[in-house]
Design a protein around this ligand. Sequence first.
Ligand SMILES: N[C@@H](CCC(=O)N[C@@H](CS)C(=O)NCC(=O)O)C(=O)O
Length: 211
Amino acid sequence: YTEGLPATRLSFSTIERGGHRILDEYIALMIEFLGERPRLRGPVNTAAQSSDHPLWPLAWKEAAGEATIRSRSAAKAVRLYCGWFCPFAQRAWIACEAKALDYQYIEINPYEVDMGEPGGYTKRALSLEAKRELYPEFMAASPRGLVPAMDADGELVWDSLQLCEYIDERFPHGTHLLPAGALARARVRIWIAYADSHVQKPYYTCLMEQE
Ligand SMILES: N[C@@H](CCC(=O)N[C@@H](CS)C(=O)NCC(=O)O)C(=O)O
């Protein structure tokens, strides 16, 4: 990815400390949490989400993410509409796991399915109408039809950063995602904003550019 992200690496090198570590830790966390190729068992979706699906490429290996999804597939009052490939959805997913939330994982593929592509996945977004037909409950929770979104017992929230904050505030038990104290929280928010503009979007652009 270093070749794909020269501007990001350059801007990181101008930071006194912390920048490289954040990117490295982010990628290490992604690999640890999701594995290289997560295999999934999702609800209605014709792209390959488990090894018994006809579109599942044999070269894809089972990873930790599939077991996490299996363990979170029972119906619950708190429902996370997620996309395993999506780094925006992944941060909300990680927030749920970090909080040890009792939630239901629901896989959404917002892209067209093409049997000629690995796993059936394409980069062509479905129309809002098609998404409404395929995923009516998800669309009620996510007005622009983007993952992630959450339905927490009828409370509907979308957009990953706001969703992470909501998860932290709505479920105050257990681990706190933000530290105590105004200064510490301000510092974390500075890095969140930096990571959002300089890591998250280039990282996803890089993923989407891969052939
Ligand atoms: N700003 C949103 C971005 C979410 C987003 O772009 N999700 C992508 C997948 S990574 C998506 O749902 N794309 C479907 C589409 O473009 O229709 C967030 O942070 O939640």
